[in-house]
Design a binder for this molecule. Sequence first.
Ligand code: VG1
Ligand code: CO
Length: 551
Amino acid sequence: MDKLNIAVVATKPFDGQRPGTSGLRKKTRVFMQPCYVENFVQSVFNAVRETDAPAGFEQETLVVGGDGRYFNREAIQTIIRMAAANGWGRVLVGRGGILSTPAVSATIRRRKATGGLVLSASHNPGGINEDFGIKYNIRNGGPAPESVTERIYAETQKITEYRTVEHTDIDLEKEGSVALGATEVVVIDSLADYTAVMEELFDFKQLYALFQSGFRMLFDAMSAVTGPYARSILEERLGAPRGTVINGTPLEDFGGHHPDPNMVHAHELVERMSASDAPDFGAACDGDGDRNLILGRGFFVTPGDSLAIIADHAPRVIPGYRAGLKGVARSMPTSTAVDRVAESLGITCYETPTGWKFFGNLLDAGLCTMCGEESFGTGSDHVREKDGLWAVLCWLSILAATRKSVKEVVEEHWQRFGRSYYQRHDYEALEAAPAAEMIAELREQLSFLKGTSIGESTVASADDFSYTDPVDGSTSTHQGLRIFLEDGSRIVFRLSGTGTEGATLRIYLERFAQDGGTSDIEQVLAPLARDVRALLKLNERFKREEPTVIT
Ligand code: VG1
Ligand code: CO
């Protein structure tokens, strides 16, 4: 065993190390400052020790991995040294520093780890001038809930020292175990735990037969973490032809693109899926592998519809859900499509604030089986993160069982349940202070909006969403402003909690119609969008006529 020199290094708090919707996200250069990663990681350890390891970390296991973006490896080496200095019994690291977010969750659960650190800024671009992030996941494999992130934040504000050891870098390319003092550092196969979970849920033989029958798909890994997972599962295990996975090698800067699987950023895939010789099915995942985009030939499936359709079909077509769903959950701004499926199945649909951490308690308590967000996130109780490739395998299972096209499946759904015409309009890089002021003003206005007209309808009610967790009773306030219209339309406003520059305003528009889904979405939503811009005085305040991105 190496003799370790533990160094206790004096440090001072940094401002702003409060985790947001999904971990701490900042510009990479902010993370590269001396002591910045160290302070945050030591604060996580201090907070975790208090509740989960009062006797110390000797018996505890920490999982570490990231999406391969710039600074991933450096941060991992720092974390390994600090974990050893803090006395962790074992540290499991994905080979090459690679673990997708759902894979971290799977590994924490399967190996009974105490928690894990996920290094990613998800769908935000990577590189020295772009974004980086660190998120702590708890024992259930899911993102730390607010009670924990607030304690971590409190630690960052009073930190005076951190612990590390003097040691050369660990070779992350070689699977196997190395002793760092009393700490066993194990470089693990990044794919094994995750693939095993998928194999337990899905009928791989049936999906293999689907590809044998000539079915074709394109999967865009967006030069991010899902490349190796998708190649291994889709091409090697399920026999999809080579070339099914595009942009399959994780790059530190994601090839200079936003690894954000939507119609704007996944344009290569969108173009290929619109060509006359397009394959049957197209999909993409984000930087860290927890988001998904689902496409048919020249056809886009909204995340809200995708969640509803998966929930409706899963008990019939996916072995892992044969026992039925205990309930479903969606974040508040997500379309109400899944609510109608829940009603038809006679199960509860829970409505939570934005961010996957709010699903954890519901899943742990067995109140719901599937959950999703409008932001291209879908998942279930198989892990405690949203899971991009899981959603892809759900769709493959639906297509294999029904032998219908993506478009047919969705249109049938609209026929049966009606359609939530839905869009999210993002206004990015607004000045932070005036944006906060705008939301505060709107909050004041809410009680006076009743009876005024928006779009072609009248405001029925408006409120500021707050949520009380049915399991632990904790309450989260100010989770988005909502306006309900008499025709059943709904508008939601909130500021992003994942951005790293200024403020991003998100406006969510939804209008339900039992019209078979055949109307033009732009026409259906345009009056709402126009009146909402006027209500917020977006043009006067920010000189913004149009959103930066519509998804
Ligand atoms: C966004 C999405 C939210 C999602 C979060 C993390 O948060 O709206 O639904 O859970 O990103 O996704 P915000 O606060 O910017 O709206 V990911 O793929 O970054 O882990
Ligand atoms: Co993500």
